[in-house]
Design a protein around this ligand. Sequence first.
Ligand code: GDP
Ligand code: MG
Length: 313
Amino acid sequence: MSLLNSVPEGYRSGFVALIGRPNVGKSTLLNRLVGEKVAITSPVAQTTRNRLRAIITRDDSQLVIVDTPGIHKPHHLLGERLVKSSRCLIGEVDAILLILDACKIPGKGDLFIAKLLKNIPIPVTVCLNKWDLVDEESKDRTYKDYKDYLVEESWSLFCCSAINGLGCIDIINKLASKLPFGPQLYPSNMVCDQPEKLLMEELIREQILIHTREEVPHSVAVNIEKIEEITPTQNQSNENCTAILANIIVERKSQKGILIGKGGIMLKTIGKAARLHIQTLINGKIYLELFVKVVPNWRSKSARLNELGYKGN
Ligand code: GDP
Ligand code: MG
């Protein structure tokens, strides 16, 4: 029996795009909405490179939420591709969730995105994220400023906090109500459609960005070369274990130095933190080995971009 035959009456399903400028909290909100860590987040802008689909299954609906890189002015080839994929996505989904940073005053960048969304026939829900950081006395004004400046009459506006969950359930309810009637698209227990390998690479990249901050910017890529199951007879302990070998690719020799750190301390710290997150992801013990390689100007080299998984469309 196909899923289609078993659709309960009134069931809704569809795709929701998360749209917003870099660093507004898209990935954090995605994790919060889904309730598990599926997207990497970081205090550094532009962390999300690949589209990530996270799935929320409820009794009355299934929402497939697509995280996108933030829309911003492209600075180089990688930036252009990020923007292009966000723009393409707008035409492929059933609903849009526009995320704004309530701590910032509405600016030109927000208006640019709002204008992009104004003329498309897809329902838009807007949320003012980071509401936990807005002072009590500024709340009314902030809400009004955003509403007057860029929220269209037909759009729903919510205040939320991806960090503490405020307003998140209302957003899910609203989005679900905007989806078309249809069957479940993914199995109920699936929360993410990305292969584990990619999630693991993203978890390593997240730790690099967290630990090195501005010193090793977005010119860093992670590529897992080998994943191997090690049985108890092959190692000292009596547990199964997964050995992972990953390459970290940077553009300059100086970045390699920073990543490795004095006596290898930085790479060790990154490796340790990433290992803990990956262990949680796969629910098992892992050995993680990291290598740092220098590939000059990899961001501008199309072939290399494709090889590293950043597709041109
Ligand atoms: P993205 O680039 O839009 O995906 O943004 P991220 O999800 O990576 O978040 C950027 C930064 O904002 C991170 O440091 C998050 O912890 C922080 N952040 C996201 N949402 C909230 C929120 O609701 N409240 C607070 N206080 N911080 C947030
Ligand atoms: Mg992100």
